[in-house]
Design a protein around this ligand. Structure first.
Ligand code: HEC
Ligand code: HEC
Length: 461
């Protein structure tokens, strides 16, 4: 027979879960914007908005974070140290890929806005906030290469028994998300003015694909957003796609000025500087190699640098095609009819390839290619150095100074079938849909010497 204390606990937990489940539905309506008191320029207001305003989905409460170990595998549960009050929080950060906020966030991670009532809202830094490799310093606009969104949502579903309204693959591998399919699934449930519609619109035969978030410091150079340069014109409304967790279309539209400021802030973000020593002579030699072999696509750097915004046809670039072909014409065409495209924003309906990205701060943005399928820059330049199956060693702070990029171990075989899903997602299997590591042969013809020269040069960008 359970004693009184454990009975109390059961009742408390049950009541708590009911409360949380109902707040999933209620809170998104009652979220209020706090107005910034010190931010005065658009850029400052934009940063304030990103870090303080709840847009979209309430994910959890601070108390829920403490309860999450109830649904963890036993290996994770056993790591909770009951003598250390901070132990659960630290383990949760490690498991889901959160890091410390760079502002006073009431104890919440950078990936969530915490309201004064302790409600935690998923924010843009869920995917676009991480730590600088090598130093571990938190940074807004740094791709979150540690996020495990699938485990986060699966754990929350187990804890609250509240299922997200539609079945989605959030991610197949850690550090990547099926981000464009979220946009598609959210948009097909909206009318053109973003009001909710009951029956989802057909969106053709779209395909899931894991994507590596783009560093925000690229944006100021771009005439078109996304890896396929698929959205042109004014970016303010298109970057609001992830606010569609909010049910009211009217409310989303009312946030437009907030996001004009967010856009102004995004354009101020600078790439992080390489934190270790650079061999200046080797880098200068590398600049010559780069001018000859790479600059026609990736542009030139320094004070007079020019970025050409060049889209390379799929037949030439040859990287994984699922992101390009799997995002359907139906979605792109419908996007152009909606509110998102009514202020001179425009989705390109028939994109031909992938854009050659700016390489500023590229030392810090591994893993490489739009799907993060190659862990190091040496691998970008060398076919034989692209592992078929690999697993990251350590977290976001670990950095391979030689090959430039992620520290990893190569595995001989794919993940065994009996591996727990969380551990499985740490293994990147480049034979899976959307994760192919082929293409971009432009470095293969360089000599070893030239490769190390060009890698040294890239550290200076
Ligand atoms: C679930 C993860 C996720 C969230 C949340 C998210 N993004 Fe992104 N974002 C991505 C991915 C992945 C890409 C690259 C997509 C592609 O091009 O295929 C991207 C691309 C972008 C780009 C394009 C950058 C460029 O240089 O082309 C901008 C700008 C951007 N996101 C802003 C935002 C803003 C603002 C928010 C919050 C309202 C947000 N994102 C929320 C994952 C996310
Ligand atoms: C013909 C155009 C072209 C040339 C030449 C070219 N690249 Fe690229 N590069 C691209 C494109 C397009 C991508 C994006 C591919 C993708 O994400 O699928 C890319 C991606 C990359 C990336 C990964 C960037 C990231 O953040 O994921 C690196 C690093 C890179 N290139 C380095 C080089 C170097 C070094 C050279 C010269 C040896 C070079 N490239 C030559 C077009 C080119």
């Amino acid at each position: 027979m359970p004693n009184l204390r454990s009975l109390h606990r059961i009742i408390f937990v049950a009541a708590f879960l009911i409360l949380v489940a109902s707040s999933f539905r209620l809170q998104s309506h009652s979220a209020v914007n706090v107005s910034p008191s010190v931010a005065t320029t658009p850029e400052e207001r934009g940063l304030y908005n990103l870090t303080h305003n709840p847009y979209g989905m309430m994910l959890m409460t601070k108390q829920m974070l403490e309860k999450l170990p109830m649904v963890w595998e036993s290996e994770w549960k056993s790591r909770v140290d009951s003598n250390d009050p901070d132990s659960i929080r630290q383990l949760a950060f490690e498991r889901y890929g959160f890091n410390e906020a760079t502002w006073d966030n009431r104890g919440g991670p950078m990936q969530m806005v915490v309201t004064d009532k302790g409600m935690m809202y998923q924010n843009c830094m869920l995917c676009h906030g991480g730590s600088v490799p090598g130093t571990g310093q938190g940074m807004i606009g740094m791709p979150n290469t540690e996020l495990d969104m699938q485990t986060l949502y699966d754990d929350l579903t187990k804890l609250t028994r509240y299922k997200p309204p539609f079945d989605l693959t959030f991610a197949v591998s850690r550090g990547r998300t099926n981000a464009f399919v979220f946009s598609l699934e959210l948009l097909r449930r909206r009318n053109e003015d973003l009001s909710a519609r009951k029956a989802p619109l057909p969106m053709g035969d779209y395909k899931d694909s894991d994507l590596d978030p783009i560093p925000w410091w690229h944006l100021k150079k771009k005439t078109a957003m996304y890896v396929d340069a698929g959205t042109t014109g004014d970016f303010a409304r298109p970057i609001m796609q992830f606010t569609m967790g909010e049910p009211s279309g009217e409310k989303i539209r009312s946030w437009e000025n907030d996001f004009k400021d967010v856009l102004a802030y995004l354009k101020t973000i600078q790439p992080p500087k390489y934190p270790f020593a650079i061999d200046a002579n080797l880098a200068a030699e590398g600049q010559q190699v780069f001018s000859k072999n790479c600059a026609s696509c990736h542009g030139t750097y320094g004070a007079a640098g020019k970025y050409p915004n060049k889209v390379i046809p799929l037949e030439v670039i040859g990287t994984d095609d699922v992101r390009l072909k799997g995002l359907t014409k139906e979605f792109r065409a419908y996007f152009n009819k909606t509110w998102f495209a009514q202020n001179s924003s425009h989705a390109v309906e028939d994109p031909k390839g992938y854009v050659a990205p700016p390489l500023d701060g590229v030392w810090a943005s591994g893993p490489y290619f739009h799907n993060g399928s190659v862990p190091t820059i040496y691998g970008v330049l060398t076919k034989e150095a692209r592992p078929k199956y690999f697993r990251r060693i350590g977290g976001a702070k670990e950095f391979d100074q030689k090959n430039v990029g992620l520290k990893y171990e190569t595995l001989d075989t794919p993940a065994p079938a009996n591996l727990a899903p969380e551990a499985r997602r740490r293994i990147v299997d480049t034979t899976l849909q959307g994760l192919g590591n082929q293409g971009h042969p432009f470095g293969f013809r360089l000599s070893e010497k030239e490769k190390w020269q060009v890698i040294e040069y890239l550290k200076t960008l």
